[in-house]
Design a protein around this ligand. Structure first.
Ligand SMILES: Cc1cc2nc3c(=O)[nH]c(=O)nc-3n(C[C@H](O)[C@H](O)[C@H](O)COP(=O)(O)OP(=O)(O)OC[C@H]3O[C@@H](n4cnc5c(N)ncnc54)[C@H](O)[C@@H]3O)c2cc1C
Ligand SMILES: Cc1ncc(C[n+]2csc(CCOP(=O)(O)OP(=O)(O)O)c2C)c(N)n1
Ligand SMILES: [Mg+2]
Length: 597
């Protein structure tokens, strides 16, 4: 940008952000940031300001916008409480290595540290969440600070925070610099991207070529490398396992896909990890180490943009620093086609049987409706370009297993922070970025109600998002955790029901309720055709367990212990588990597959 004398700090910041490609900024104004809001008003044709109801949502939206578009996400809040509200969403971005810039106001520079209203030391507060954290002290300082902040957020894949005192926002550039400063000495250019060392590539290829049971574990860092992942998988006869944030890397119906890993994963993926002799991790920091091969069982190779992520979860013999797509493309010519397909084929067979099991579970006609029946019905209504945003809870499990992604779809959530309430703001950001695509939030009633006012934001901006609420009037995941992890009776997990359909209508959107199994498909189908923001609340069985891929004895004995200690709904829970067992036993009897029978 060319900065002329008299330009206000706030204007310089806004222009510089625009130069870095910021087109949308999510936030909420206040007297601590109004100078910057005015700069945005004057540029509303170039930078869209999206007004939220809670700053936490603004930060979630900035994070989701960055995840879904690959661009820099941006959010803004006023000094004190507004800035504090941003934190959860910013930690979400930090935890999922997502580039976001946060602009906040700070109190008048000559009142700082004087117990003045809304005077919070934001540099200290943001010091842990931010990869770059600075206060803009003058108009002469502004352009450089924004350049460094944006470059840092993108290159370090994290949060940059800039705070601007109220008076500084208004101050005009005089062109008087300190002794060594030269105007225009920074730029908005980012140089990318490292290519791994050829010697390391060939070492990795040797290991992969000599492996007999190679497994690929792919994560969100491989989202742009789906084709390369498929080609490598095919060449090496290696099944593909997906970390949750990488669910969209390859389509769920890809013949080599074994689905997710971890508590919401699949049995074939769990087994593949135990059977593997070679593990190739691409763009993933999958956290549940106990689901990976035992460290001495498989030879590890990892591709990641960030050097510090190499060897984080699994010992590796070759760590390839670089972009997943480019690195896999460089690796491919060195890989030999594996003639022996036995390992892959055995896992494909196991996956068929797993999918049969999921089909049985999702075609149940019990009342209350089983949550997975709702997820499967949503899956059937997905358009080719759908973007699905999920929340934290049992709803995460239903979405991960029963929503089948096809090529071109997107899927995300607050993965590593695993924060509730992200689903709705994520869907709003997705729809803002892609007005023509089908944008769905698949959420729990607890998570949704935390930031439900943002449904009005969707109405305000005519964003026809579809919010599917798994309504069990419970913090469902916690009920199961209290019982199955600790052997305790549930406590503090029941929620007063809210009529979310009526709420939707009162906000100016559309609302639907599902109470009967027969209503699931027709209502979801009808609701998905709405061109307004729409809520579909599905009252589901609050006792349906989010079962791990393989049930171990600890799960069963903890459950028994919680029953013995007085678990309030032990009878209903026991009956649900028993009925589920019966259904699955019947499926096996009716199946002609000797593997599953
Ligand atoms: C209730 C709940 C339950 C969950 N249960 C599970 C579960 O059972 N299983 C599961 O998998 N997850 C689960 N998660 C999510 C989990 O916590 C992690 O967030 C997720 O597994 C991480 O996915 P990832 O490895 O794709 O992403 P990340 O952990 O973000 O790793 C991505 C990696 O890719 C790198 N990278 C980024 N861009 C590139 C690029 N262009 N090229 C190369 N590398 C790049 C990054 O540096 C990073 O190391 C759950 C979440 C919730 C809310
Ligand atoms: C902000 C936040 N608070 C608490 C938690 C712990 N937690 C994880 S899942 C969950 C329950 C979610 O309930 P709900 O949204 O109703 O989903 P359900 O499990 O019932 O599907 C809780 C409290 C969290 N992840 N995030
Ligand atoms: Mg719930």
């Amino acid at each position: 940008m060319v900065v002329t004398q008299g330009t206000r700090t706030a204007e310089i910041v806004a222009e510089s952000l625009f130069d870095w490609g910021v087109e949308v900024i999510f936030g909420l104004p206040g007297d601590g940031i109004n100078g910057f809001i005015e700069a945005l008003r004057r540029r509303k044709d170039r930078i869209k300001f999206v007004l939220v109801r809670h700053e936490e949502s603004a930060a979630f939206m900035a994070c989701a916008y960055a995840k879904y578009t690959g661009k820099l996400g941006a959010c803004v809040a006023t000094s004190g409480p507004g800035a504090i509200h941003l934190l959860t969403g910013l930690y979400d971005a930090k935890a999922d290595s997502t580039p976001v810039i946060a602009i906040t106001g700070s109190t008048y520079s000559d009142m700082m540290g004087s117990h003045y209203q809304q005077d919070v030391d934001l540099l200290q507060l943001f010091s842990d969440v931010a990869v770059y954290n600075n206060m803009i002290n003058s108009p002469e300082h502004a352009e450089m600070a924004v350049d460094i902040a944006c470059r840092s957020a993108i290159s370090k894949r994290g949060v940059s925070h800039l705070t601007i005192p109220i008076d500084v926002q208004e101050r005009q550039l005089t062109g008087k610099y300190s002794r060594h400063k030269v105007a225009g000495h920074t730029s908005d250019v980012l140089v990318s991207c490292t290519i791994p060392d050829p010697a390391l590539l060939s070492r990795a290829a040797d290991i992969l070529n000599s492996g007999e049971r190679v497994v690929l574990l792919v994560g969100q860092g491989a989202l742009e490398a789906g084709m390369e992942v498929e080609t490598v998988s095919d060449r090496l006869g290696a099944p593909i396992v997906k970390a949750l944030l990488g669910k969209a890397v390859v389509p769920d119906d890809h013949p080599n896909n074994l689905g997710g890993l971890g508590i919401l994963g699949t049995a074939p993926a769990t087994d593949a990890m135990q059977d593997a002799d070679t593990l190739l991790m691409v763009g993933t920091s999958f956290p549940y180490i106990d689901y990976l091969p035992k460290p001495d069982r498989a030879r590890g190779i990892q591709i990641d943009l960030l050097p510090e992520r190499i060897g984080l979860r699994y010992p590796v013999e070759a760590g390839l620093i670089g972009d997943a797509k480019k690195t896999l493309a460089a690796l491919l010519p060195l890989l030999r086609k594996k003639e022996n397909r036995q390992f892959l084929e055995s896992k494909q067979q196991a996956m068929k049987s797993w999918m049969d099991l999921l089909r049985e579970r999702s075609s149940r006609t019990d009342k209350p409706v089983k949550p997975q029946v709702v997820a499967a019905a949503v899956s059937e209504e997905l358009k080719d370009n759908a973007i699905i945003s999920v929340d934290s809870g049992t709803n995460t499990v239903w979405a991960a297993r029963y929503i089948q992604l096809r090529r071109g779809m997107k899927f995300s959530l607050s993965g590593t922070l695993a924060s509730m309430a992200c689903g709705l703001p994520y869907a709003i950001a997705a729809q803002m970025a892609y007005p023509e695509r089908q944008c769905i939030a698949f959420v729990g009633d607890g998570g949704f109600s935390m930031l439900m006012a943002e449904f009005a934001t969707a109405v305000q901006y005519n964003l026809p998002i579809k919010v599917v609420i798994i309504k069990n009037n419970t913090l469902g995941m916690i009920r199961w955790e209290q019982m199955a992890f600790l052997g305790n009776p549930e406590y503090g997990v029941e929620l007063t029901p809210i009529d979310f359909a009526e709420f939707a209508e009162s906000c100016g959107g559309r609302g639907y309720s599902i109470n009967e199994p027969a209503e699931v498909k027709p209502i979801i189908s009808q609701a998905m055709a709405e061109n307004k923001p729409t809520i579909i609340e599905a009252y589901v069985d609050p006792f349906e367990p989010p079962m791990p891929p393989k049930v171990n004895m600890e799960f069963v004995s903890n459950l028994a212990e919680s029953f013995a200690k007085g678990q309030p709904y032990a009878g209903r829970i026991g009956l649900t588990l028993f009925r589920n067992q019966v259904h699955e036993a019947l499926r096996k009897i009716h199946s002609h597959d000797p593997e599953t029978a």
